[in-house]
Design a protein around this ligand. Structure first.
Ligand code: FRU
Length: 489
């Protein structure tokens, strides 16, 4: 794993950039999204290095440009002035140098003076077989630096953290860095020698030399055996450790995806470096939400993007030369003991023609909105749920017999999104709801449903063949509903 400084600073992205520019026109557009960040061509997974630097929002992502399958990981890159409209930038990191020979895995970005610093995991497969679930690997933490926000040089002293402590397995990845007072901290996803998930904490005066401080938190065999993509931040006075646990068994309506993502919330003491925290809570209730990462916008908002897909599940767009997308940017808040997610206000700039704007009585089967294109936003609200039906919700006719629905069942106290097909349902035990306020974004092959001001979200990929026709599902005679909807540009 030793390397010469010349090797470690190479970061030759030209081959990847060349490939992207000659192949991006060749993809099939049928499932492309209109206002979400996607790779121009090839594969995308986790959001990486979300940051605001020199007047622009920067988003990086796990990227394999050459095929629509996961492969040797690069960092794709896009910038935006508003988190909504993105411009593709040259690839930021290419693997192949010393400690990142087989991949530049997930990580984060921080601004130090006038430099943008990427901290990422360098991946080496000891057997040389590059595939995502190959279990014989070595992981280290590495640094790359840019002054212009476009070109990145790998630090000649890489790796800055060569490997995990001795009481760890080889799982040691996805560094998320932040600064508190004058000290840098990094949290790293890992698995202890007892096969327990944990978040390791290191500190540094300068991003180059790091000292192990211990566990920020551990699973105690309750929250899986590996926490991918940990993130640690303060939110409305609480300390939140967000992570994507691997190895959690399904439990009733919870943990139904292949891997999960969620958080624990509590109080962190910077003197003792201890986090006193509550129970694990899932962040999103849909099928396609993983590896969320947050950053602080210049105005102090805590913004989160997730990967809008799930490992080991079908991705029909792979046939079309690409795969993967980010969720919409979401503002996080901590309200009544829960992290809430709402779409950022900048998304209002997408609004085109008003499709509906009324408050009226509707009955089962009534059309709520029937847009010309599958790029729309729908706000749907009903008060006094208790005097209404047992079941209330929306049906989505997506063409060719493809159907989806979102329903509140007051008897079972469940909210359920059903996208149809095998394993189509995802539910959240919502308790008794007084009112239902749905804020829904459909973008061709995605749906994001924000419930009651972000108390719950459901994020899923859907594969329609026609613009959605949305109708009311209700067991009551009639329901008074507020309905607003917009075509989105
Ligand atoms: C999460 C993850 C990370 C890793 C990356 C590899 O989806 O498995 O742990 O860094 O993807 O692409």
């Amino acid at each position: 794993m030793t390397s010469t400084p010349a090797e470690t600073t190479r970061n030759d992205t030209s081959e990847a950039d060349e490939w992207i520019s000659t192949h991006k026109e060749s993809i099939n557009e049928r499932y492309r999204l209109g206002y979400h960040l996607m790779p121009p061509v090839g594969w995308m997974n986790d959001p990486n290095g979300l940051v605001y630097f020199k007047g622009l929002y920067h988003a990086f992502y796990q990227h394999h440009p050459y095929t629509s399958e996961w492969g040797p990981m690069h960092w794709g890159h896009a910038t935006s002035t508003d988190m909504v409209h993105w411009v593709d930038r040259p690839v930021a990191l290419a693997p192949g140098d010393g400690s990142d020979r087989d991949g530049c895995y997930s990580g984060s970005a921080v601004v130090e003076g006038d430099t943008l610093n990427l901290i990422y995991t360098g991946q080496i497969f000891n057997t040389g077989d590059i595939e995502p679930f190959n279990s014989d690997f070595s992981e280290s933490q590495n640094l790359a630096i840019s002054r212009d926000g476009t070109h990145f040089e790998k630090y000649a002293g890489n790796p800055v953290i060569p490997g995990p402590p001795s009481d760890n397995t080889q799982n040691f990845r996805d560094p998320k860095v932040w600064k508190h007072n004058d000290t840098w901290y990094v949290v790293i996803g890992s698995t202890s020698a007892e096969d327990d998930a944990r978040a390791l904490l290191y500190s540094s005066p300068d991003l180059h030399t790091w000292q192990l401080e211990g566990n920020l938190a551990q699973s105690d065999h309750k929250i899986g055996n590996m926490w991918e993509c940990p993130d640690f931040f303060e939110l409305d006075g609480m300390h939140i450790l967000m992570m994507s646990p691997v190895g959690l068994e399904a439990d009733g309506h919870r943990y139904r995806n292949v891997f999960q993502s969620g958080y624990i919330a509590g109080d962190f003491d910077y003197q003792t470096l201890q986090l006193a925290h509550g129970d694990f809570e899932e962040l999103d209730r849909g099928h396609d939400f993983y590896a969320p990462q947050t950053f602080e916008a210049p105005d102090g908002r805590r913004i989160c993007f997730g990967w809008m897909n799930m490992w080991l599940t079908p991705m029909p767009e792979q046939k079309d030369g690409w795969a993967g997308a980010f969720t919409l940017p979401r503002e996080l808040k901590y309200v009544d003991g829960k992290v809430t997610m709402t779409p950022v206000k900048e998304l209002e700039s997408l609004r085109g023609s008003v499709l509906t704007d009324c408050e009226r009585s509707v009955t089962n089967g009534d059309v709520i909105v029937s847009p010309d294109e599958n790029r729309f936003e729908l706000l749907f609200s009903v008060d006094n749920l208790q005097v209404h039906a047992d079941n209330l919700g929306l049906a989505f006719d997506l063409g060719n017999g493809i159907k989806a629905s979102f329903v509140y069942d007051s008897g079972q106290e469940l909210l359920t999104f059903d996208r149809g097909g095998k394993d189509g349902e995802r539910s959240w035990e919502c308790g008794t709801l007084e009112h239902l306020d749905l804020h829904i974004y459909v973008d061709n092959s995605s749906i994001e449903i924000f419930v009651n001001n972000g108390l719950a979200t459901f994020t899923s990929r859907i594969y329609p063949t026609a613009p959605a026709r949305v109708t009311l599902l209700s067991s009551a005679d009639s329901v008074k509903a507020g309905i607003q909807s917009y075509a989105l540009n």
